[in-house]
Design a protein around this ligand. Structure first.
Ligand SMILES: Cc1ncc(COP(=O)(O)O)c(C=O)c1O
Length: 448
């Protein structure tokens, strides 16, 4: 089978410098023309210099000894790293002969960034796309999906009502013309993040501290990004992986469920593709700490610089770099480093999934709700967090509890007990990961 609009292999996303020079050059030149399909070859953490895009946060800001290394996702085509799993899920479906342009409509169940990625990749590859998402997400998300020609099907509620999105998706499954890019269930999401994000995280830490990764922190939505932790642990077995949840929706922590303001995470479930075996800690972060933290970094940087005694303009480099979940990840990384008493040599790696472009409306809402933030907010947010908000889930009982939650959700969506049980072995995940080599070979031959 020949792919219609070719795109990169997993290996080329990790190392775009391995692309034929003409394609790499055309992709870099085409970055300014967002809807040029050559941009599929820009799905990578690396910039034109082939380095993983990342920043190390100033110690004044973090208040901890360890290096907080943040990988920057907003430069991915469509503005977030979620375009990666959207692309790999569609690409693997095409390779398997299950999805073809002119025949199928692509369906993307999402809370936003994955849906944006689905609409974008579908447009570039010539498919119509429908994004199913809750009606209460940031306005900027819907605009971006429409801009890429995606159709919207909105379900009631907001971030923590994703289960309604999954239920609506079941209706679409009845028509064989619809192909679902099911981020919560399908393993191309796991493969993308374990291989591309995980190995990029390992590279991002090189050159800082002892060059190793002591901790990897991510707030799961689909828990795709968290799979990077599997690869970090494969390289550094002593590394710790921490999943963050909104305090207002503490599903992994203690089966809590509620509404919250951190778009993209905290979806009231253990997703099917979450390898709970490699999650060591679950930490709660208050949702408004993240919204206020974004306000401080994005719009009150001068105030923060003043509080910290930093030269004016020191934080300017971070303008536009974070969304609400990115701040959540930063706060989680800082709190983990403090909890583990990490030292100057240690690196904690985390992710800024998307940039500020999709959150002005969220900060406008913050101002309406609370009025302007002041200096006291900095201390509360950046020095906050308590030990009782961190749960060690390394023990057998905790793993069983998480497996049980997963089974509760997914047996209702037709997954067999035997399949769910197979996910309790690391061999399942390693086997899925090892498929990358075969997929890459198949893609290369389909591109010829
Ligand atoms: C803004 C944002 N942050 C974090 C996440 C969580 O990433 P993942 O789904 O890989 O767990 C998402 C997912 O959609 C997101 O949109």
């Amino acid at each position: 089978m020949k792919t219609t609009v070719p795109g990169p292999t997993y290996q080329e996303m990790l190392h775009p410098e391995l692309l034929p020079a003409a394609i790499r050059g055309a992709a870099l030149a085409g970055a300014a023309t967002e809807l040029d399909p050559i941009n599929l070859f820009n799905i990578t953490w690396r910039g034109a210099d082939n380095q993983v895009r990342h920043v190390v946060l100033p110690k004044e800001l973090t208040g901890v000894r360890a290096n907080i290394v943040v990988m920057v996702g907003r430069h991915f085509p469509s503005g977030s790293h979620k375009v990666g799993p959207a692309y790999t899920t569609l690409m693997e479906g095409e390779l398997a002969g299950e999805i073809s342009p002119g025949v199928h409509t692509i369906i993307g169940p999402s809370t936003g960034n994955f849906g944006i990625g689905v609409a974008y990749v579908s447009k570039l590859k010539g498919y119509p796309a429908v994004v199913i998402m809750p009606e209460g997400m940031s306005r900027e998300r819907y605009e971006r999906i429409r801009q890429y020609g995606g159709q919207l099907d909105l379900t009631p509620g907001s971030e923590s009502d994703v289960i309604l999105v999954l239920e609506r998706t079941e209706d679409y499954k009845k028509d064989p013309k619809n192909k679902i890019l099911a981020q919560f269930e399908l393993l191309p999401n796991y493969r993308f993040h374990r291989y591309v994000t995980g190995r990029s995280a390992i590279d991002a830490a090189r050159g800082h501290g002892n060059g190793r990764v002591a901790g990897f922190v991510s707030a799961p939505g689909s828990a795709g990004t968290l799979a990077a932790g599997d690869e970090v642990k494969a390289q550094y077995p002593e590394a710790v992986v921490c999943a963050l949840e909104p305090k207002e929706c503490s599903t992994l922590f203690n089966d809590g469920r509620g509404t919250h303001r951190i778009e993209g995470i905290g979806d009231k479930m253990v997703t099917l593709i979450h390898n709970v075996l490699t999650t060591d800690y679950v930490m709660l972060v208050h949702d408004d700490d993240c919204v206020i933290g974004l306000e401080l970094v994005e719009r009150r940087a001068a105030l923060v610089e003043q509080v910290l005694g930093m030269p004016q303009g020191s934080l300017a480099v971070f303008a536009g770099m974070f969304g609400v979940s990115g701040i959540c990840n930063v706060l989680g990384a800082v709190r983990l480093a403090r909890h583990l008493n990490l030292g100057f040599e240690d690196n904690v790696v985390t992710i800024a999934t998307d940039g500020f472009d999709r959150y002005p409306s969220v900060l406008a809402d913050l101002e309406k709700r609370r009025g302007p933030v002041d200096a006291s907010s900095f201390e509360e947010v950046f020095r906050g967090g308590t030990p009782d908000e961190i749960l060690d889930v390394r023990g057998k009982d905790e793993k069983q509890r998480l497996f049980h939650y997963k089974e509760q959700v997914w047996s209702a969506f037709h997954y067999s007990h035997a399949y769910l049980e197979s996910m309790q072995s690391q061999g399942f995940w390693d086997g899925e990961f090892e498929k990358i080599e075969v997929i890459d070979r198949a893609l290369i031959s389909a591109r010829k």
